[in-house]
Design a protein around this ligand. Structure first.
Ligand code: SIN
Length: 486
């Protein structure tokens, strides 16, 4: 089972954390968690529902009274201690993540660093939540603007980044003075629970950070319907993001929605071929293609097209698929059977419509979740993989003639999260920066995520920004105060 690899067994919790204690839940319902590499059951967690969520909300509200009134520096010290504990327990956290999520250990270690970096970042940002003094319109009044924490926040996070999506939200929320109820994916709850163990060890007070395990519907609906939960931050699909927006409208909550992407990856004739291929491998195959910011569609100019396809295929062939716990693995399994079926459907559709299989295209072993890195050249624009988020290790490549055409194709989907372009021409870079419809653009870079930058999308990829100086603002209300009688 490999859980014996953990140095600190107490990081593996099969209880949820709310109401000030580790508990099993008000019913005996449980959810089993499966290792996608071996299909073995790793353990189980309570399947919580409405009653436990209501308890958690009350605890969170009570905790908010004290937490929001502490000094920013006091909160900062606790959040930083939490980050330090993550770094100290990095290997155990990474093993847990690989066991439940499947990504290679090297990527899990990277994700723990990435996750801790958000806590460090926001521990500092919390001390810089400045207001304003505005010159008044009257001699006898003074005008000031203050920022206040929004209150209890529900954070709903996905299985593809089981730690960093939590800390990216919770770090900002806690630093702003909010309290947090975290609902991780039922597929990867153990990473979230381990974070709660460390939050408790760091001295983060009772009720400030709670973790509810279970299926999303009942917990999320209870959070969304409750008038005292003032903010929901969600990372996941556009379909669910729209449902959240609709349901939260009843209590007009503040929302941050980081939704699906369909990132175009443009390669121009004047690009550095090796850099473009390196960027393509990183962007496409990180986490087996299961990231919202993954390159989804490769748009390659005709002059460099053949060289790009052949070097890209040659490089992808070197990737080693396997159990993420094995040292030389560079691509792990997909998360579940449904994910494999979706990817198979995208490959078949592209081939049916005239695409040419350059590499891979199939599941490696019947009944298992390993899918080989796949490259399909001459993929037509109307194929599913060019229009929808693939969320798997499949790279459809499309040939274009002129920049205008590439931009038109790049901007032709309802999504607008990440985008990538490779060119050595500075004027083209500027033009692309102005004309690509996306919240993020990597130029000559395939990996653009880091804690300092505003991560987020436009169009149906959602709204709100995470990380950076902007991320904390999502957890603050702006209050204007007019003081008269001077
Ligand atoms: C995501 O896929 O939602 C997050 C990826 C990242 O932060 O790089």
């Amino acid at each position: 089972m490999s859980l014996e690899l953990l140095q600190r067994k107490e990081l593996f919790k099969q209880e949820a954390f709310w109401g000030g204690a580790w508990k099993k839940g008000n019913s005996d319902l449980k959810i089993e968690v499966v290792n996608p590499a071996t299909l073995e059951v790793l353990g189980d967690v309570p399947s919580l529902g409405k009653s436990e969520t209501l308890e958690a909300i009350q605890t969170s509200l009570d905790a908010f009274q004290d937490w929001s009134r502490r000094t920013a520096k006091e909160r900062s010290n606790l959040i930083r201690t939490w980050a330090d504990l993550m770094k100290k327990n990095r290997e155990d956290l990474a093993i847990l993540m690989t066991l439940e999520q499947g990504k290679p250990l090297v990527e899990s270690r990277g994700e723990i660093d990435y996750a801790a970096s958000f806590l460090e970042w926001f521990a500092e940002e919390g001390k810089r939540v400045y207001g304003d003094i505005i010159p008044s319109h009257r001699k006898d009044t003074k005008i000031e603007v203050i920022k206040q924490p929004v209150g209890v926040c529900g954070i709903l996070t996905p299985w593809n980044f089981p730690s960093s999506m939590i800390t990216r939200k919770a770090g900002a929320a806690l630093a702003a003075g909010c309290t947090v109820i975290s609902k991780p994916s039922e597929l990867t709850p153990f990473s979230a629970l381990a974070l709660a163990v460390l939050a408790q060890e760091a001295g983060i007070p009772e009720g400030v950070f709670q973790v509810l395990t279970g299926y999303p519907e009942e917990i999320a609906n209870t959070l969304m319907d409750h008038s005292e939960v003032r903010k929901i931050s969600f990372t996941g699909s556009t379909r669910v993001g729209k449902l959240i927006m609709e349901r939260s409208s009843k209590t007009l909550k503040k929302l941050s929605l980081e939704l699906g992407g369909n990132a175009p990856f443009l390669v121009f004739d004047d690009a550095d071929l090796e850099a473009a291929v390196k960027g393509a491998i990183l962007s496409k195959f990180r986490n087996a293609g299961q990231t919202c910011v993954c390159a989804n569609r490769f748009l390659v100019q005709k002059g460099i097209y053949n060289d790009f396809v052949s070097l890209f295929s040659e490089s992808a062939l070197k990737l080693k698929i396997g159990d993420g716990l094995e040292n030389d693995t560079t691509i792990g399994p997909l998360i579940n059977e449904a994910a494999v079926r979706k990817v198979e459907g995208h490959v078949q559709d592209a081939l049916n419509k005239g695409g040419k299989l350059q590499l891979g295209g199939k599941r490696l072993e019947s009944g298992k979740l390993f899918f080989s890195p796949t490259i399909i050249s001459e993929t037509p624009k109307n194929s599913l993989s060019m229009q929808e988020e693939v969320f798997g290790p499949v790279a459809p490549v499309y040939r274009f003639d002129f920049m205008e055409e590439a931009i038109e194709v790049a901007n032709s989907t309802p999504s607008g999260l990440a985008s990538y372009a490779f060119t050595e021409d500075y004027r083209k870079m500027r033009f692309l920066a102005d004309n690509i419809s996306a919240g993020m653009l990597g130029i000559n870079e395939g990996l653009i995520s880091t804690e300092q930058v505003p991560f987020g999308g436009i169009k149906e990829s959602g709204f709100g920004r995470e990380g950076s100086k902007y991320g904390i603002q999502e957890y603050l209300n702006v209050k204007y105060v007019c003081i008269g009688g001077f």
